[in-house]
Design a binder for this molecule. Structure first.
Ligand code: NDP
Ligand code: KAL
Length: 257
């Protein structure tokens, strides 16, 4: 059994720039010979994504808009993929959002709107995307999403995003149960903290990284490449017996008390 993804096609959702975890996944899959389709949310990062994709020098790569808060954008995105590519073999869901004011202080200060927004983009979107992608995964497939320890335990400031990640992780298990009979696996990677655009503006991010370097079993922080290579495993047949799983790629930090 090989890690080659030659002849396989994957949809990568959530590249904002070169630091994005989604871009780390794209690089690992590209190196294994996969064909890639990229989706972005708004025009804000369209050019950035197109510029990055051009560096892959793969003229089969597609770049399409897909704001996951819009049902019609999800369906038209997967309809276009079906028309232009036909069958796909997997989706990397690397999408999360919460209002900045709800990512500090006490969790309970979140309001109804902010709670629903975080859950809509960061948790429900996996289910909506899985349903649309299923129709194109006629040869079986693998869906991978990204989560964080703050969905299992209370991590300061993660707040409503932690509650949304708990919902995302439960969704992984229910989706794995629904989709297993079609040969489709669903798993999550729980990544250690990585400096990306989403992490920007977090006051004490440096001290969070320092704590990992000092205490995590591997004594180093997580890289996009490490997450990318675990995603490659989850997209390949080497992981054919794995579904409904949350794999921690965090230098072992999650085992500590
Ligand atoms: P990035 O900021 O690079 O990526 C976040 C992505 O979410 C962006 O590409 C953004 O798209 C996308 N997004 C936001 N709203 C929407 C929407 N409505 N529709 C579609 N896409 C949307 O950060 P990361 O790479 O860090 O984040 C990727 C995933 O990894 C997230 O799920 C995050 O929670 C998770 N994660 C991150 C960790 C870290 O330390 N960085 C640790 C553990 C998990 P656009 O730019 O087009 O708006
Ligand atoms: C405990 C940690 C410290 C940080 C606290 C909360 C982080 C939440 C992640 C969430 C995805 C961040 C946002 O939604 C940021 C958003 O409000 C403003 N940013 C943007 O709009 C940028 C431009 C776009 C590209 O971002 C998005 N998301 O669309 C958690 C740390 C240690 C680990 C992290 C960062 C986890 C994670 O889930 O990302």
């Amino acid at each position: 059994m090989q890690l080659s993804l030659q002849g396989k096609t994957y949809v990568i959702m959530g590249v904002a720039n070169k630091r994005s975890i989604a871009w780390g996944i794209a690089r690992s899959l590209h190196a294994a010979g996969a064909r890639l389709i990229f989706t972005y949310a708004g025009e804000r990062f369209e050019n950035e994504v197109k510029k990055l994709v051009a560096t892959l020098e793969d003229d089969t790569a597609l770049v399409l808009p897909c704001d996951v808060t819009k049902d019609e954008e999800i369906s038209s995105c997967f309809a276009q993929i079906k028309e232009q590519v036909g069958v796909i073999h997997g989706v990397a869901h690397c999408i999360a959002f919460a209002n900045k004011e709800h990512l500090e202080g006490e969790y309970m200060n979140v309001d109804r709107e902010g709670f629903l927004l975080a859950h809509n983009i960061s948790a429900y979107s996996l289910t909506a995307v899985a349903k649309a992608a299923k129709e194109l995964m006629t040869e079986g497939g693998s869906i991978v999403t990204l989560t964080y320890l703050g969905g299992e335990r209370v991590v300061q400031n993660y707040n409503v995003m932690g509650v949304a990640k708990a919902s995302l992780e439960a969704s992984v298990k229910y989706l794995a149960n629904d989709l297993g009979k079609y040969g489709i696996r669903v798993n999550a990677i729980s990544a250690g903290p990585i400096r990306t655009l989403s992490a920007k503006g977090v006051g004490d991010f440096n001290s969070i990284l320092k704590e990992i370097e000092e205490r995590a079993p591997l004594r180093r922080t997580t890289t996009q490449e490490e997450v990318g290579d675990t995603a490659l495993f989850l997209f390949s047949d080497l992981s054919r017996g794995v579904t409904g799983e949350i794999i921690h790629v965090d230098s072992g930090y999650h085992i500590l008390a």
